[in-house]
Design a protein around this ligand. Structure first.
Ligand code: SAM
Ligand code: SF4
Length: 411
């Protein structure tokens, strides 16, 4: 979501005549888009902001903006900590910066050059619902991004058509909980309806969506994903824990048995579906036995991808206010590492099955001399080729596999 926000802000600034600086020392305006989901993310943003103090002293004309989830309603503390920062703007509250840029010519200090061509990207993020109503006890998102607000289907359709005209082949529909899309709109469309609408956009090749919530993913959506040819066989369904007591303390609204049933339904309706999940280790009170249940869930389901995080108390959340963060950091790290090791083995075995097979890759760009892209099941694939390939669908024969990516040759 932050990447999508950054992209939108960059596009708006380009419309105002700004250009992306190739080095941050050369910029007239520096923007740090921050994440608050864990303390480590905030620390990274704070570190970068502090490092800019000297540059600001040398270049009084430099403007610095901190945007995103680190900016809550009380910005006085941020102003005290970072007096060299000119703008503090919460997510989706970027207008003051746009107005300021519109009112001055930011590239006055450097030679004016013609604006670069619009960069077309083969895969584009499209937010469909902002905010979150779920208030999982550990999560800061509803406090920083507010309540759920769905965008009308026709507005999304218009944006997707425009993106396709600019060269997009794939759209990734975004929301903290995409399954609750539309409940706040007058005609109450749902995600299944939106996917059906977008599936008919000519020139669009693939549609993805994330993130789903296990308590809200219904049969209608599963059937729709199975039926629509452009919707990829890839579901992001965060489990967070494999233990019922911990799930209850997290306020997730499901038990492990329900989660397992949902996975079984997905697998029977969408053959070969790729599954990703998120897991938090070291939630307050999580015992070794409870953590073991998370490992068992991962062993049984065998996800394609697992995003694992150590619990980080977030100010203002129910967990931070009422639960003691009692799992020591070293133990959280150990559990995190154990999940990573287990998953490495599982992903390695899953990907090894693709050895020698032909996969269809949507090429996203070039890295270190090789083209890279993703399969419908979201596998990252690298292959060498002399011709320009970005945005093309290329058949690749897989010659090497690892837990993280596939290597092959184009056919
Ligand atoms: N909406 C999605 C869901 O229901 O899981 C995920 C959104 S959340 C911004 C992304 C991930 O960050 C979560 O799945 C969770 O694993 C992790 N996360 C959120 N709050 C956290 C916290 N306080 N400590 C550690 N990880 C956290
Ligand atoms: Fe946070 Fe996701 Fe829970 Fe919403 S559903 S509160 S974004 S973890």
């Amino acid at each position: 979501m932050n990447k999508a926000d950054s992209g939108r802000l960059a596009a708006q600034l380009e419309q105002c005549g700004c250009q992306l600086a190739l080095r941050w020392e050369a910029a007239d305006l520096l923007i740090i888009n921050s994440c608050s989901v864990r303390q480590s993310a905030e620390d990274r943003a704070s570190g970068r902001l502090s490092a800019l103090k000297t540059l600001k002293k040398e270049r009084k004309d430099l403007a610095i903006a901190l945007v995103g989830c680190m900016v809550d309603s009380n910005i006085e503390d941020l102003k005290r900590r970072f007096p060299h920062v000119d703008f503090f703007l919460p997510p989706q509250g970027f207008e003051p910066l746009i107005r300021w840029v519109q009112n001055r010519s930011l590239i006055s200090t450097h030679e004016r050059v013609p604006p670069p061509p619009v960069v077309s990207t083969p895969s584009a993020f499209v937010p469909i619902i902002e905010g979150c109503d779920n208030f999982c006890t550990y999560c800061i998102v509803p406090y920083r991004r507010g309540r759920e607000r769905s965008r009308p289907p026709q507005e999304i359709l218009g944006e997707v058509e425009a993106l396709v005209q600019k060269g997009a082949k794939e759209v990734v529909l975004l929301g903290q909980n995409v399954d609750s899309y539309g409940h706040d709109l007058p005609k109450k469309p749902d995600l299944a309806e939106l996917l059906t609408l977008l599936n008919s956009v000519p020139g669009l090749v693939r549609i993805r969506f994330l993130t789903s919530h296990p308590k809200d993913m219904g049969s209608r959506l599963i059937e729709t994903v199975a039926r629509l040819d452009k919707v990829c066989e890839h579901i992001s369904l965060p489990a967070q824990s494999g233990d019922d007591e911990i799930l209850q303390a997290m306020g997730r609204g499901y038990i492990v048995a329900q989660y397992r049933q949902l996975i079984a339904r997905l697998r029977s309706a969408i053959p070969g579906v790729a599954l990703s999940t998120d897991v938090i280790v070291g939630f307050p009170g999580e015992t070794e036995v409870q953590f073991g249940r998370t490992l068992s869930l991962l062993e049984d389901i065998r996800f394609d991808t697992v995003h694992v995080a150590a619990y980080s108390p977030r100010p203002g959340t129910v967990a931070a206010r009422s639960l003691h963060d009692d799992v020591p950091s070293a133990e959280k790290e150990r559990r995190l590492h154990e999940v990573e090791c287990l998953q490495e083995g599982i992903a390695s075995a899953i990907n090894a099955r693709l050895l020698g097979q032909r996969v269809e890759v949507l090429v996203l760009g070039k890295q270190q001399g090789k083209w890279f892209g993703r399969t419908r099941m979201d596998k990252l694939v690298f292959f060498p080729d002399d011709t320009g390939r970005t945005g093309q669908l290329v058949q690749v024969k897989v010659e090497r596999t690892s837990p993280w990516a596939l290597q092959g040759v184009s056919l």
